[in-house]
Design a protein around this ligand. Structure first.
Ligand SMILES: [Zn+2]
Length: 70
């Protein structure tokens, strides 16, 4: 089915050092949470993947481990 998003390659930015890294995302299971480690600064950060069915687009949120709350 070509009208559905299944696997996609995305470029995300490390919240620590701004290094760009490419991730291959499998969207067939809907929303996902996973951790990715930056190859540049070895910082681990949290990626939240949300598939917006209505607008057919991916929403990717990148959160650093040590989130700061004010
Ligand atoms: Zn980094």
């Amino acid at each position: 089915m070509s009208d559905r998003i299944n696997e996609t390659n995305q470029t995300i930015e490390c919240p620590e050092c701004g290094h760009h890294l490419h991730v291959s995302l499998d969207c067939s299971n809907g929303d996902q949470d996973f951790f990715e480690e930056c190859p540049n600064c070895c910082h681990e950060f949290h990626i939240n993947l949300h598939l917006d069915e209505e607008h057919r687009k991916l929403v990717i949120k990148v959160n650093s481990d040590n989130e700061q709350y004010y």
